[in-house]
Design a protein around this ligand. Structure first.
Ligand SMILES: [Zn+2]
Length: 85
């Protein structure tokens, strides 16, 4: 069993376990999506908040194509670590 502090949640954008809590406005280091609680149920919505003009769906498509939630974030992101898979 892992200690509780090591429990991680999957990023709704890239799917790696990079977040310590869901919807806690943490910035995912792998895709640079900021987790504001948006998930599958409202993935098409553009909230115009922390993720600007990006819907979760668009961010996911960008991550698949470019490797980040938006191409402009490519300079900040890092590769997922083994424990985050
Ligand atoms: Zn992510």
């Amino acid at each position: 069993m892992l200690p509780v502090a090591d429990v991680r949640y999957r990023c709704p954008c890239c799917g790696y376990k990079t977040l310590q809590a869901p919807g806690a406005f943490q910035l995912c280091p792998v895709c640079w999506w900021e987790d504001d609680g948006q998930d599958d149920g409202d993935a098409l919505e553009v909230r115009l908040t922390v993720n600007g003009q990006l819907s979760l769906n668009q961010a996911r498509a960008n991550f698949t194509q470019f490797g980040a939630a938006h191409p402009r974030f490519l300079q900040y992101v890092r590769k997922p670590q083994a424990a985050e898979q």
